[in-house]
Design a protein around this ligand. Structure first.
Ligand code: SF4
Length: 175
């Protein structure tokens, strides 16, 4: 797959300590995008699934893998394969995308379905400058949703993710 870069100890792309893989290639062209260098699908560099999966083993404190971009759904098969490696290691998978959950689920596109199958939380929708927020956790603009993918697929509609408080185990609503 083509990637822009990786961060091996992110604490801003989902809960806990995460390996974040920034995929290369995005056609959404959101005005105000923070990662314009990731748009060109020919940019970045090639990285094998094996190379990236090995990064999952480097830090025993990792709690999850985050696929960001770029748009991971524009390399969905490769991202699904990497996400599967993360799940095999007991890690959760968060995927960022400029598509909405409804677009992804209504397209009946096998590679998109494969990546949804391997995604625990989807941060969906384009970045919208008018809704930019520094307070919205794990996302750049408030139109973007943190979607619990398995629960949403069971319900047949988007269900928002809520974080469990590690002390009480009760859900904490997202702002
Ligand atoms: S989807 Fe993300 S990477 Fe792509 S243009 Fe929008 S903000 Fe930038």
């Amino acid at each position: 797959m083509r990637i822009a870069n990786t961060i091996s100890d992110s604490i801003v792309d989902g809960p806990g300590l995460r390996l974040t893989v920034f995929t290369q290639g995005c056609s959404h062209n959101c005005p105000g995008c923070h990662n314009p260098d990731t748009h060109d699908p020919a940019g970045g560099r090639e990285a094998s699934i094996e190379e990236l999966a090995a990064l999952l083993d480097h830090n025993p404190l990792l709690t999850g893998l985050t696929l960001s971009g770029g748009d991971p759904f524009q390399q969905a098969d490769a991202c699904a394969a990497l996400a599967k490696q993360a799940h095999a290691r007991g890690l959760n998978v968060w995927t960022y995308t400029g598509y909405t959950y409804e677009q992804l689920t209504s397209a009946a596109q096998p590679d998109w379905t494969a990546l949804l199958d391997q995604t625990d939380v989807l941060v969906d929708g384009p970045f919208v400058q008018a809704h930019k927020s520094y307070e919205a956790r794990f996302r750049g603009s408030t139109n973007q949703r943190l979607i619990d993918v398995p629960a949403s697929r069971r319900a047949g509609r988007p269900i928002l993710w809520t974080e469990k408080d590690p002390l009480t185990h009760f859900s904490v609503p997202e702002s």
